[in-house]
Design a binder for this molecule. Sequence first.
Ligand code: ADP
Length: 165
Amino acid sequence: MMALMKIAVYPGSFDPITLGHVDIIERISLLFDQVVVLISESSQKASLFTAEERKTLVEKALAHKKNVKVDIHSGLTVDYVKQGGTQVIVRGLRAVGDFEYEMTMAHMNRQLDASVETMIIFANPKYQYISSRGVKEVAKHQGRLQGLVPEMVIPALEKKMKGQK
Ligand code: ADP
């Protein structure tokens, strides 16, 4: 029997992608045949970068990973997952603060579609403190962005911040 192609969907805002996200993506790319980084386009959450800009930055940051692709979705993650014939959603967990939110979301998704499993990957302690929100705060005040985000994200952030003033 032919083995199933195992695809993992890693959804999030990625506004912008950080080294914490890159670490998670690289690690799951070793466990699955393919990883889809799913940029969620939410009408509720205001984002600094457009979904297209976030997609381009993720693609550049993961260009060295041939089994990673990036997509944009504005509906429920389970609907995207189902339509692609995937069964696994991967989420990263930084600290206990993330736990309640991730658990609630995983149970909600299971209620919506029992065939979809959520897998939790623990953040690399090296990047545990990094969040897109924190990175935006640093960028806003012209702080040092090296070591927080992939190199190509730095000029993009600086440009955005200039435009915002
Ligand atoms: P969301 O807006 O849905 O929380 P994010 O773009 O902030 O999405 O993050 C996407 C996923 O990556 C989430 O599961 C989040 O917990 C995880 N994540 C965020 N920052 C890090 C990090 N530094 N290390 C590991 N995982 C992270």
